[in-house]
Design a protein around this ligand. Structure first.
Ligand SMILES: Nc1ncnc2c1ncn2[C@@H]1O[C@H](COP(=O)(O)OP(=O)(O)OP(=O)(O)O)[C@@H](O)[C@H]1O
Length: 219
């Protein structure tokens, strides 16, 4: 993959390999995400997309390989400053209201300049739900609230695991608008998808992962 001259990628991995109980999940993989760019990680169920994001986020240790953030070996401090991770698990407090959740999370992760929780709720289509408890939201509304958390994060690297899941068409367009705006402001994103949704209309590249069974079939 070609790197933008003289500007180090926001995120770079070299020779990244992960296995479970000696069964390979992915790798060795080389990848990078530049500022202003989205890397789409595609693959069928079980191909290793979530595992890759968890390794990049520092939640799983790779068997081999190096991960760099802004040209430095990724440390936990760098990860907490640079990475916003949208996972299948929402990281939301079920018994707090939506607005309270965002205030709480901004207290933990900081906040993007000039962005406020109430405004973020409106951006994701949850105006009027400020006091609704998270456990009373639908799956799609929870996803929207999680997207508001990502939107408020000051971290430049977004790791988005299936951001389109549970969303209606308007929600899918919302994700694409959010990613586009984030990239325009100098951020980068790594987005997993089964490939069934429109990709964000931004400069993007694709990395395709194959499950162990698919690799055997191809051999
Ligand atoms: N906690 C776990 N313990 C053991 N094996 C796991 C665990 N999580 C995932 N796996 C296995 O690792 C492989 C990769 O799973 P992963 O969740 O990364 O795939 P994915 O591409 O994200 O799939 P999906 O599209 O279904 O979300 C699969 O074979 C899966 O069965």
């Amino acid at each position: 993959m070609i790197e933008t001259a003289n500007i180090p990628p926001l995120l770079k991995a070299r020779g990244l390999r992960f296995s479970r109980n000696d069964d390979p999940v992915f790798g060795p993989l080389d990848l990078h995400v530049d500022a202003g760019e989205a890397l789409l990680v595609q693959g069928s169920n079980g191909a290793g997309k979530t595992t890759l994001l968890r390794v990049l986020a520092g939640l799983l240790r790779p068997d081999e390989g190096q991960i760099e953030i802004d040209a430095r070996p990724a440390s936990s401090t760098d990860r907490s400053r640079y990475i916003a991770y949208l996972s299948h698990l929402t990281a939301l407090k079920q018994d707090l209201g939506t607005l309270e959740n965002l205030h709480f999370l901004c207290g933990l992760q900081g906040r993007r300049a000039r962005q406020m929780p109430g405004n973020a709720l409106a951006i994701v289509g949850l105006a009027g739900y400020e006091d609704t408890l998270v456990r009373q939201l639908s799956a799609g509304q929870k996803k929207r609230l999680s997207l508001a958390r990502i939107w408020l994060s000051p971290a430049p690297i977004w790791l988005l695991d299936e951001p389109y899941a549970n969303l209606d068409l308007e929600g899918i367009n919302l994700v694409n608008r959010m990613i586009s705006a984030h990239l325009r402001s100098g951020g980068g994103a790594l987005v997993t998808t089964h490939g069934a949704y429109a990709a964000p209309p931004v400069r993007n590249r694709t990395l395709t992962l194959r499950s162990a069974a698919e690799q055997e079939d191809a051999a």
